[in-house]
Design a protein around this ligand. Sequence first.
Ligand SMILES: Cc1cc2nc3c(=O)[nH]c(=O)nc-3n(C[C@H](O)[C@H](O)[C@H](O)COP(=O)(O)OP(=O)(O)OC[C@H]3O[C@@H](n4cnc5c(N)ncnc54)[C@H](O)[C@@H]3O)c2cc1C
Length: 614
Amino acid sequence: MSLFRRRKTVFVDADILVIGGGMAGCGATYESRYWGRDLKIVCVEKANIERSGAVAQGLYAINCYMGMQWGENQPEDHVRYARNDLMGLVREDLGYDIARHVDATVHKFEEWGLPMMRDPETGRYQREGKWQIMIHGESYKPIVAEAARKAATEVYNRIMVTHLLTDKTKPNRVAGAVGFNVRTGDYYVFRAKAVIVSAGGASHIFKPRAVGEGMGRTWYAPWSSASAYALPIQVGAKMTQMENRIVLTRFKDGYGPVGAYFLHLKTYTQNGYGEEYESKWYENTKALVGDYIDRHPVPTCLRNHAFLEEVKAGRGPIRMVTTEAFQDPHKETVGWENFLGMTIGQAVVWASQNIDPKHINPELTTSEPYVMGSHATCSGAWASGPEDYAPSEYQWGYNRMMTVEGLFGAGDAIGGTAHKFSSGSFTEGRIAGKAAVKYVNDLRNQPPQVSEQEYLDLEKTIFQPLENYRVGRNEIVAGTVSPSYLLPIHGLQRLEKIMDEYVGGISTNYMTNDRLLNRGLELLTMLREDMSSMGAEDLHQLQRTWELHHRLLASESVTHHTLFRQETRWPGYYYRGDHMRLDDENWHCFTLSRYDRNTGKWALEKAPVYHIVD
Ligand SMILES: Cc1cc2nc3c(=O)[nH]c(=O)nc-3n(C[C@H](O)[C@H](O)[C@H](O)COP(=O)(O)OP(=O)(O)OC[C@H]3O[C@@H](n4cnc5c(N)ncnc54)[C@H](O)[C@@H]3O)c2cc1C
């Protein structure tokens, strides 16, 4: 019992609690302070905001910048682009709202010291593509974190939030959150009037291509553990588009990004026999999705589809033709720097495999699926839209508030708004922060009440895996397999296998159907039953346990959504073998789900897609 006795409980009161200090969380913290000068703004982060989140290693480009000051793009253009890429289904109100503010965010980054690359001829930011501008990104996160640190009343690093708290008298209202310090084991109870969830996306819910000692090498950050979805789901927030997982075409084994190569270096792909292949699959794709294949640019999922079909036809591997571009010394430098500044592992993989892209065209691969709301995909919470732009059906109070009162979100956490990336996530954090301040001010003297019983019960639940291990380990003398407990790594591998084989992962070529999905749900339920037997050897393993809980809940959501949408809307991301065609007549809509924690049941429904931009 020693661990239990030594543990302190720390109470923190806040007006606004920001969970996750990544791009969106830093934006939310910064903006909350701007509008809420006298409010207590607290940011809680499971790592350290200095380097946390998906941009931790640094980025080479800011992927969402309109360039309105030079008339390069308008917000409406970005809405059209995102809508096209997502096969027609985006929340245009939310996307427009980000696009109209994102340039101001990027200008702030520059003001705070982010080194931007400039076109020597025009003096404008150096474009990598229509929406991307190039930066020296190594210092990106520390610069953004500094702004948040200065704005916050307090930043709590190294605290993993495991659950949200709800109001004693009003279950559909948020009242705070609980978690534990991953270094000291102290239990934290945050009481807050408003909560902004910005805890990133989800990797490792599907089995990754790299397993064993390489399993940490995924494209999306391995520490993105689905908390942004699980926390709101647990308290009954509606989720949207959770079936819209993303599969990335990337350089093989290192997941080095291809954007700068395609857009800036003008490299292109070919099959194992040196042939162009995308055009060969035009008729095949058209039969599945109709006119969507004729859109420009071709939607990301459809380009994946051609890749997958070509490999299935036996003409792999697909390669990126770098040998031409790399003859130009400037392009060669940009190509290498792109990885050294962002995905150094890819450069190491190439070195270790004798691949010099000047002489050998490197192989590409398609990743395992990830769930996120900020890239070329839009899974996440169903949120209220901006008052001046959202259709009335999309508005129930405050901008970016979820369907739970006082609960806001930004970045990967919010659904329906693809292509926000780092700058758009920060911008959405700002939008959520501003709205949360308004909510708190409107509350006046009616703050939510935390139930003592609720946080005491949660404390027992959260730390139970340490106790399970302490007791159970005496039953074995060696090894890791115990009759009494399940280690987090075992649970994670079981989850990844279920998702991979039943919900459309790499081993089935992203294929699934109703039979597989229903069986997958049965197996996920069995895993859930076993979660009460998790054993955690130490605090690190306790964190892994709660990350697994979050991944499991998000996985259940993904599986229910995939089953509900009876069509293949995004071939190349996943296929419903029993509904292989896109079906605009019945499924030009959002899918929404709501989890009831009292019954464990999920309710699914459709919501209309409004095309606001012509
Ligand atoms: C490999 C890669 C390349 C990318 N390239 C680009 C690019 O070139 N340009 C670009 O603009 N964008 C790029 N992006 C996208 C960009 O990184 C994301 O869009 C952005 O980081 C999303 O912001 P977020 O705040 O939602 O999530 P994150 O920035 O990931 O932040 C989430 C935060 O929540 C914390 N957290 C998670 N769970 C908990 C919990 N339970 N309790 C407390 N804290 C928690 C995490 O530690 C993290 O700090 C890239 C992403 C990846 C992975």
